[in-house]
Ligand binder design. Structure first.
Ligand code: GDP
Length: 400
């Protein structure tokens, strides 16, 4: 009996030992081959793909030291390399001078329908009534507006008559001069950001949602940073949920802080806080993005009026820029009229001129509001906002 019990015990011990060996050898197989037990947890590198060599920890250490700029890629034995999370890298926006010239090709559509179209018509041997009508139609189709079109045609007719025979160069010069005159070369197009004694310049950006208001505010921050100014952004467009995030992203790229409030919060209090922050930081300029709901004129007036009044508790505003989408043509002019009745617009930003053949809207909108176009948007890129220069604009339309 005792012998039987002893044999059973020996058998059990033997089975236990064998299964233990199997389990532990399985466990070993699951561990990476050379991982010492004291190594801190490292996210395992991705499995090497076919044709790639597996990277050993030593390779990793060498690569890391090369990345942090240690000489010669000397491997640092056993010393864990701590990499601080990178601070967001600031972008250096393009200088603003000459941007319109750089972006002139973007006006291709307006160039073909307005500039080249006019030159072709004016070059005809016989400038009869029909041709003058075609010239008029070309201007109207490009959204130049009725009154400016008539003025231009009248002046062109007179000068062509005086000129007699015309060379292509003479025609180009003549058309250039008349178009530039219509654009008001004498108008002051500087975006004012002086501010007061110890207070930043304050610019309010208004316009219907979708016109490119938030994008323009972001691009304008870059224009100012490019010109060496420090900027604080106020995200007072609390109507569109993503507007504050969008603005903050623009700001972060150039090191401008964004003041924002709760979703659907009070735009006026955010605008007020933004200027307060600007003063506290000693910033040069505060840019305030607003919501442009054209629900009712009274609603718009109440909202923008309140933002303006509240901001002005800190000091007067330097600019109220109206953003208009050039592709909306006459509809844009109607919007412009409504906004001009609600607040005193001091400058116009015409966006999306890269997407329209109707470059003449620049002339029409200035006439409509009696306010200069100060900036134009020529694309979705971060530096596709250019100070408006009548001469360079006309040169882009008709070619030098
Ligand atoms: P908001 O609602 O007025 O603030 O409009 P957003 O700033 O969000 O802009 C609406 C859209 O217009 C975005 O897709 C912008 O990238 C685009 N946009 C703005 N300015 C321009 C421009 O000058 N050219 C082009 N092609 N697109 C633009």
């Amino acid at each position: 009996m005792e012998i039987v019990i002893l044999a059973v015990v020996i058998a059990l011990v033997a089975v236990g030992l064998i299964s233990g060996l199997v389990v532990s050898s399985r466990k070993k197989k699951q561990l990476p081959p050379s991982a010492p037990s004291s190594t801190p947890t490292i996210t395992p590198p991705a499995e090497p793909r076919v044709g790639e060599e597996a990277e050993t920890p030593r390779d990793e250490a060498r690569r890391t030291t090369e990345e942090v700029g240690l000489p010669g890629g000397t491997p640092v034995e056993e010393t864990p390399v701590v990499i601080e999370p990178e601070a967001p890298r600031l972008e250096v926006p393009e200088p603003t001078a000459g941007r319109l010239v750089r972006l002139r090709a973007r006006l291709a559509r307006s160039q073909n329908s307005l500039g080249k179209g006019l030159l072709t018509l004016l070059s005809r041997d016989n400038l009869d009534e029909d041709t003058w009508e075609e010239i008029e139609d070309t201007l109207l189709t490009a959204d130049v507006g009725v009154a400016p079109t008539q003025e231009l045609v009248e002046r062109l007719r007179e000068r062509v008559r005086v000129l007699g025979t015309r060379t292509p160069d003479e025609l180009r010069t003549l058309l250039r001069e008349e178009l530039v005159t219509l654009l008001g070369p004498e108008l002051d197009r500087e975006v004012k950001t002086e501010g007061g004694e110890g207070t930043p310049g304050v610019v309010m950006v208004v316009g219907v949602n979708g016109t490119g208001k938030t994008t323009t505010t972001g691009k304008l921050a870059r224009v100012l940073v490019a010109d060496g100014r420090s900027v604080v952004l106020g995200a007072a467009d609390t109507f569109r949920a993503a507007a504050a995030d969008q603005l903050q992203t623009w700001g972060e790229r150039v090191g401008a802080r964004t003041v924002r409030g709760p979703e659907a919060g009070d735009p006026a209090s955010i605008a007020f806080d933004a200027v307060k922050e600007g003063i506290a930081e000693g910033a040069d300029v505060v840019l305030i993005d607003t919501a442009g709901r054209l629900h009712t004129k009274t609603g718009l007036m109440d909202e923008l009026g309140k933002v303006k009044r509240v901001v002005e508790k800190h000091g007067p505003l330097d600019e109220i820029l109206l953003v208009l989408d050039a592709t909306t043509g006459q509809n844009g002019l109607v919007q412009a009229r409504v906004f001009a009745e609600v607040v005193d617009i001091t400058g116009i930003v015409l966006t999306k001129l890269d997407g329209t053949a109707k470059g003449g809207i620049v002339i029409a909108v200035q006439r409509e509001l009696g306010v200069p176009v100060k900036l134009i948007g020529l694309g979705e890129g971060p530096d596709d906002l250019a100070p408006f220069e009548p001469g360079a604009f006309v040169d882009a339309l008709i070619g030098d």
